[in-house]
Ligand binder design. Structure first.
Ligand SMILES: Cc1cc2nc3c(=O)[nH]c(=O)nc-3n(C[C@H](O)[C@H](O)[C@H](O)COP(=O)(O)OP(=O)(O)OC[C@H]3O[C@@H](n4cnc5c(N)ncnc54)[C@H](O)[C@@H]3O)c2cc1C
Length: 405
């Protein structure tokens, strides 16, 4: 059994853990180690933003987060922005028209490389292929146990992430470590994930994508509406605007209403379809919506309106056109559940903030800190989750280091 001593140990070398280890080392002369179960650090960062890493957003505020809303109060008051944090690592950033911030290179690997170079320059020790399975508090610190290694550390930062995307090292073991030290964990559920629906209602649409206004209807009441690309998959509806509703859809009885022609009002739609009927009088009914939608959408809409595909456009009545317009503006899909963890980008729920003090220190166990997704905070799509990971990592690292001085 290998035994080593450190002043600060960070468990998990993902987004928040790397930032925590770097910041800790920048604020103490003591030794800092970041321990990672996978064979390399920051693997998930490489997959973020479709390989481009949407690392922050120009408008970060509590409205873009679920979970506990007071999380900004826990952050170090000197952090201005994620861009500023990265500028100290010579990473240039750019902002797109929707306020999303990316590395100037458009490559997630640049973000990870900048972090890795900085961590290594600062003198942080990195230990990969090491899964911390157990943690114990002693009088003077903590003992972290892996299969063939034991690490003693005066301060510990748990940065293990949550349960989303388990193939990237995040299977929820961090919660067990936190529980071993007296913490509780709220209900956990997949977030920023597709919503499951009746398989038959989307079977014919599988693989299609459409620009739509999506509304989440919970117990009959519209709770949220967002416009963007919606994708149909095997028994699920997906896309950024759907992902952003998954937090709210985790409770209650939900439906998704799609307006698949958000640029037209009902009257404009009626007139367009009315004219198409006259022009295509002798063609099959499915051609009525040609020019508006992909043929498979047209077929599904007619089916959902109980209009036989065997008839010709000329046989479609004015009343049928009204029914079709209604369906196009309000096409309902039952939400039968959330998708599983493998398709989720983040975790809903986590360690409650009532168990955390200023500086992201545990209020239950002295010398213990947390950062990142393991806490009960989840952002919407747009760079909010990584923004939280960097800033919470900075805060936990700085405070853990300063507590030693
Ligand atoms: C496909 C995908 C795309 C995403 N895109 C974006 C995006 O563009 N913008 C955005 O803001 N957010 C995005 N996110 C979310 C964002 O990546 C996470 O919220 C963020 O990485 C969380 O940081 P973290 O440090 O808490 O956890 P993670 O980055 O998940 O890191 C946790 C690390 O801890 C390690 N670990 C866990 N347990 C142990 C243990 N016991 N011992 C040792 N090591 C351990 C894991 O292997 C992992 O490397 C995306 C997520 C996914 C899955």
């Amino acid at each position: 059994m290998k035994r080593e001593n450190f002043d600060i140990a960070v468990i998990g070398a993902g987004a928040s853990g790397l930032m925590a280890a770097l910041t800790a080392k920048q604020h103490t002369n003591g030794s800092v180690i970041a321990i990672e179960r996978l064979s390399r650090v920051g693997k998930k960062i490489l997959s973020t933003g479709n390989g481009r890493c949407n690392l922050s957003n120009i408008s970060v505020n509590e409205n873009f987060y679920g979970g506990e809303k007071n999380f900004l109060n826990f952050l170090d008051k000197n952090i201005f922005s994620a861009v500023e944090l990265f500028s100290t690592m010579s990473l240039a950033c750019k902002t797109d028209s929707e306020g999303r911030i990316y590395p100037y290179s458009n490559q997630a690997s640049s973000v990870l490389d900048a972090l890795r170079f900085a961590v290594s320059n600062a003198g942080v020790e990195l230990l990969c292929d090491t899964l911390i399975k157990d943690i114990k508090k002693t009088k003077s610190g903590f003992i972290l146990a892996a299969d063939d290694t034991e690490i003693f550390a005066k301060r510990v930062i748990i940065a293990c992430g949550g349960k989303a995307a388990p193939s990237m090292g995040t299977d929820g073991i961090g919660y067990e470590l936190a529980k071993a030290l007296g913490h509780s964990v709220t209900r956990l559920y997949p977030c920023l994930a597709p919503l499951r629906t009746d398989v038959n209602s989307v079977k014919a649409l599988k693989g299609l994508r459409i620009y739509a206004r999506a509304s989440l209807i919970q117990n009959g009441e519209i709770k949220d509406s967002q416009t963007g690309d919606v994708q149909f998959t095997d028994g699920a509806i997906s896309g950024i605007c759907i992902f952003n509703m998954s937090d709210m859809a985790s409770l209650g009885k939900n439906e998704i209403s799609l307006d698949i022609a958000p640029d037209y009002d009902k009257k404009q739609l009626f007139d367009m379809i009315y004219n198409a009927r006259a022009l295509r009088e002798n063609l099959e009914a499915v051609e009525l919506l040609t020019g508006l939608f992909h043929k498979r959408f047209s077929q599904s809409i007619l089916k959902a309106c109980n209009i036989s595909p065997g008839i010709i456009c000329g046989e479609i009545s004015d009343k049928d056109i009204s029914v079709i317009c209604k369906k196009i503006k309000d096409w309902r899909f039952n939400v039968t559940g959330l998708s599983d963890w493998s398709l989720a980008q983040v975790t809903g729920g986590g360690i409650p903030l009532c168990e955390i003090k200023d500086g992201l220190q545990s209020a239950i166990c002295d010398g213990l800190y947390f950062c990142g997704e393991i806490l009960n905070i989840q952002g919407k799509c747009g760079g909010y989750n990584l923004d939280w990971a960097w800033k919470s990592g900075y805060t936990a690292g700085k405070n853990a280091a300063q507590s030693l001085n």
